[in-house]
Design a protein around this ligand. Structure first.
Ligand SMILES: *Cc1c(COP(=O)(O)O)cnc(C)c1O
Length: 404
């Protein structure tokens, strides 16, 4: 494991760790601070599922300690489901970026949300207050009560009144998937009182918004999206204080939704370019949002005040025809990759939400959601312009305006 350090150099190392560093610096250094003194540059990938130990009395004590508070095991790992050093590097880095004490990684964003709901329900607090829209599957998980929870849907102003003695969690997304609606996180956190607030920060990323600074106790990411950033890793993570992280590690250990170490490696690598990717894609997205807003073929554009690389828009014509007509942009669900993706939420990402609930949350049947990547803005606009001008889109648009 780690090479021993003399006191002076350990002190210097700790000083670097505790001095606050800018986000761009953390993105490339956090979770990697020990590498140079180990004579390494790229982080090692530890694929072991189990680890040898000749001292089973010591192991018993360590497992008892984990059962008590879920703290990360010191020293050699025991078993892959209890923790993995490569995954731990990603967790350390993400916690630094979100400004929380800890982070706990899972096999997907939905596995991360599941662990939070289990952790709360295990204390008897099964009631959740949530604000629509949420990502379609998060809405479904709560609405269907698949995990034995009960949900009350409300708007941000109704949160305080919706709280009950058995409320264990308040959940919001901002900007929300897919309408990019924003909520005032500070006001929402205030309304929650002592009930933990979970903010799904997948769309904003810590580059644009750090919900923990505004009072969120739990910050959730589908790391499948911007954190991984290249469309080739499925993962989820919750950034939070160490006390809550301990409970999440215990749930992860018991239910098994662990992140694979290779995914942990790819996520750590993804974080190093997160600030430049998000800023570059956001600049292009803001430009495209302005062009769409000025275009007579577009009825409405949704673009958040805080910016970001997601744009949603409603067309006068047939949204399905736009999806069929794009050539450079990939018609696919998901988001946050280096390339631009477009999808029709009412058909795909939010299909699982009851149509009335979906429309009530502002997800129109004409809404398209675009995740802007790193391509040149003129090439993207040329593709969008051609797709919006395709015969099927225009024909449906003129039918709609005649009947309006
Ligand atoms: C994709 C997504 C999720 C679910 O994450 P998975 O990694 O697909 O399980 C949760 N929240 C938001 C906002 C998402 O976009």
């Amino acid at each position: 494991m780690d090479t021993p350090l003399d006191y002076a150099s350990r002190q210097a190392y700790d000083d670097v760790r505790t001095t606050s560093r800018a986000l761009d610096t953390e993105a490339v250094h956090a979770g990697r601070d020990d590498l140079a003194r180990q004579g390494l540059h790229a982080p090692p990938i530890d694929l072991s599922t189990t680890y040898p130990s000749y001292d089973s009395r010591a192991e018993a004590a360590r497992i008892d300690a984990f059962a008590a508070d879920g703290a990360e095991l010191e020293g050699t790992p025991v078993y892959g489901r209890l923790g993995n050093p490569t995954v731990a590097r990603f967790e350390t880095a993400l916690a630094r970026l979100e400004g929380t004490g800890s982070a706990v990684a899972f096999a997907s964003g939905m596995a991360a949300l599941t662990a939070v709901l289990f952790a709360r329900a295990a204390t008897g607090l099964r009631h959740v207050v949530a604000v629509r829209p949420l990502y379609g599957c998060s809405d479904h998980l709560l609405t269907a009560g698949l995990l034995g929870t009960e949900v009350t849907w409300t708007d941000p102003a109704g949160i305080a009144d919706a709280l009950r003695p058995d409320t264990g969690l308040v959940m919001v997304e901002s900007p929300a998937n897919p309408t990019l609606a924003e909520v005032d996180l500070r006001a929402v956190a205030h309304a929650c009182g002592s009930v933990p607030l979970l903010v799904d920060n997948t769309f904003a990323t810590p580059v644009l918004q750090r919900p923990a600074e505004r009072g969120a106790r739990l910050v959730l990411h589908s790391a499948t999206k911007y954190l991984g950033g290249h469309g080739d890793v499925m993962a989820g993570v919750v950034a939070c204080d160490e006390e809550f992280a301990g409970r999440l590690r215990q749930v992860r250990f018991a239910t098994g939704g662990v992140l694979h170490p290779l995914a942990g490696y790819l996520l750590l690598r993804g974080l190093s370019t997160l600030p430049v990717r998000v800023r570059a894609a956001s600049a292009t997205a803001a430009d495209l949002a302005a062009r769409l807003a000025a275009d007579p073929r577009v009825a409405r554009v949704h673009y958040p005040r805080i910016g970001g690389a997601m744009v949603a828009f409603e067309v006068h014509g047939d949204p399905h025809a736009v999806i069929r007509a794009v050539r450079l942009i990939t018609p696919a669900v998901s988001l946050g990759s280096v390339d631009t993706l477009i999808q029709h939420p009412a058909s795909i990402s939010h299909r699982i939400v009851d149509a009335e609930d979906r429309r009530g949350a502002g997800v129109s049947d004409r809404l398209l959601r675009m995740s802007v990547g790193l391509e040149d803005v003129e090439d993207l606009w040329a593709d969008l312009d051609a797709a919006l001008g395709s015969r099927a889109v225009v024909a449906a648009g003129s039918r709609a305006s005649r009947s309006a």
